[in-house]
Write a protein that binds this ligand. Structure first.
Ligand code: FBP
Length: 564
């Protein structure tokens, strides 16, 4: 069912200028899809649990990697094709440019090719809601933030009815391909759809595009997901401003929780850009098996040390997923996940959180029930909130920064009594998450997303189903980036979700042996006591390349480049 596009787009001055920005395409794509050929590598394996992943994806498992090389490929331009695109999961800067690149790639191959945007995320495919994306409609959305052109959603297409409805609608709309722009869970779902269509003998390709501000959809082949660059620049501007405020007023401790789901990549990157006094990294907490009490003690010691030097102020960064990595909390969350999934029907009949909590407490082992009772009321209730459709705890809604401040306050009072602390502790808490997801894409993200979309068009035209659009060598100039496709099954392993073992794309967590974490470990003691704050300021869209084209420290460090 076609829907009239009603969203009105009021242009700011910046947007008016930014709309004119022409992203730089990698040289390999510049002449268009008819001059690019796929070069197939060796058959691939999933990162873990090979037998189980192969059993679930018999038709899409083991595909070879693809690299695009120069070569005449006029076959892709012969027949006009119809491609659908869907934005899935949380917003990330650059989504509109993926659609722009896809549209331009398709039109370059054959002006009669058509692109359709499914509305409101994957539910738009099941409910058959779409709009045709014409060049005229696309015009005002180029290089803009947000997903408002077709919106997003978190529906997971998994039941037989949903899969059948998706298939029927794709066939009814005479689609040749579907492009799913999403994170690890959405791209896992893209692979489920690709597999289902192959099993059903339906010749419609499904291609994924790596999106997420969290930066956790990456591996050897996918160097970063789009949106991470812009979102971390926006958070760094905000954190940098707070550092400057702290340095000016010298009277508050700011506890800042940053989005990023389980992984701490965003927190790490923002720390590189701003040099706060303390940075918690969830993955380190897990590796060192640190309890909540130890985390609080360490922070209280730092606060006391700075107070001794007359510094009753500071900035602490907290990743939103921290809570999932504290061993005792991890155990509690995992038991809660299972218990909430096992008792879904009964819980749905209860009206209040208190009622649900009492019921769940009766199902938990005594040790975990005691831990749950010891938590502040707000946090305990937040841990009970519904999981998202992919089974993830909604960590963005758990106010860990407030929990830490409350516990630190108690600890400092004890230390004061014991004569071990004599400072003032005035704390302010913040959560930066939604502020960074729809920002105007940085030049890096504008170029990267446009290339990912254009590259997805080339994959679709070559009928490469079950692949993730891959643009590599990202620390080089955009024209030198390499393009191709990575089999989705190659990134999968089996994880426990909603009480069941499920195939999912493996989340990339912060590697403690990786260069980014080592860089933090080398510098953080100095940042803790000295006030070496950096104030990065806003993203620059115009001006010298060294400030407009700057990429992330994470990417530079991961690729062995030197950073200051
Ligand atoms: P994706 O994984 O879908 O990219 O979403 C990322 C994210 O922004 C997380 O950082 C955050 O925890 C979550 O979405 C919030 O979800 P919601 O938008 O549903 O509140």
């Amino acid at each position: 069912m076609s829907t009239k596009h009603t969203a009105k787009c009021e242009c700011s001055q910046l947007q008016r200028h930014r709309c004119k920005f022409q992203p730089v395409l990698p040289a390999i794509l510049q002449k268009g899809p008819a001059f690019v050929k796929p070069k197939f590598g060796k058959a691939t394996k999933s990162v873990a649990d090979q037998a189980a992943v192969k059993r679930i994806f018999p038709n899409t498992y083991g595909l070879p990697e693809i690299t695009f090389v120069k070569g005449a490929n006029s076959a892709v331009a012969k027949k006009a094709v119809r491609v659908g695109v869907v934005l899935s999961g949380g917003q990330a800067p650059g989504g509109h440019n993926v659609i722009g690149g896809l549209l331009d790639g398709l039109k370059k191959a054959n002006p009669k090719n058509k692109l359709f945007g499914f509305l409101g995320g994957p539910s738009g495919i099941v409910e058959n809601k779409w709009v045709e994306i014409t060049p005229a409609l696309m015009k005002d959305y180029r290089n803009t933030g947000g997903f408002d052109l077709i919106q997003s959603g978190r529906t997971k297409i998994e039941t037989d009815e949903q899969l059948k409805a998706a298939k029927d609608n794709l066939i009814a709309n005479k689609m040749d391909a579907l492009v799913v722009v999403g994170g690890d869970d959405s791209n896992t779902n893209a692979c489920v759809i690709a597999e289902y269509l192959k099993q059903q003998g339906v010749d419609i390709s499904v291609i994924g595009v790596p999106k997420t501000i969290d930066g956790d959809l990456k591996n050897k082949q996918i160097e970063t997901s789009f949106g991470f660059d812009t979102a971390t620049k926006i958070y760094a501007e905000l954190v940098g401003n707070i550092c400057r405020d702290v340095n000016s007023a010298r009277k508050y401790w700011h506890f800042i929780r940053l989005m990023g789901r389980s992984a701490s990549h965003i927190t790490l990157e923002v720390a590189f850009k701003t040099h706060p006094n303390a940075v918690l990294i969830g993955e380190e907490v897990l590796a060192k098996k640190m309890t909540l009490g130890q985390i609080v003690d360490n922070l209280a010691q730092l606060i006391a040390k700075r107070a001794k030097a007359g510094k009753n102020y500071g900035v602490v960064l907290v990743p939103e997923g921290l809570i999932e990595f504290i061993p005792e909390m991890k155990e509690l969350i995992s038991a809660l996940n299972d218990s909430l999934a096992d008792n879904e029907a009964e819980l749905s009949k209860m009206n209040t959180v208190a009622e649900k909590k009492a019921f769940i407490l009766s199902k938990l082992p005594a040790k975990l029930a005691d831990l749950m009772r010891s938590l502040p009321e707000g946090i305990a209730s937040q841990l009970m909130l519904d999981r998202d459709p992919h089974g993830n705890v909604q960590v963005s809604l758990i106010e860990t920064e407030k929990l830490l401040v409350e516990m630190i306050r108690t600890k400092l009072a004890e230390m004061k009594k014991a004569g071990k602390y004599n400072g003032k502790f005035a704390a302010i808490t913040h959560f930066f998450g939604y502020e960074g997801r729809c920002g105007v894409p940085s030049t890096f993200d504008a170029n990267y997303t446009y290339a990912l979309g254009y590259n997805a068009a080339v994959l679709a035209l070559n009928k490469c189903s079950g692949y993730l659009s891959s643009v590599r060598k990202l620390t080089k100039k955009a024209q030198d980036w390499e393009c191709g496709g990575i089999p989705l099954t190659m990134m999968m392993n089996i994880e426990r979700r909603k009480g069941k073992e499920k195939p999912v794309i493996k989340k990339a967590l912060v590697e403690l042996k990786g260069e980014p974490f080592k860089h933090l470990a080398k510098n953080r003691d100095l940042w803790a006591v000295e006030d070496l704050y950096v104030f990065p300021g806003p993203i620059q869209y115009f001006g010298p390349a060294e400030i407009t084209d700057m990429t992330t420290y994470t990417l530079l460090l991961e690729q062995g480049k030197k950073v200051k």
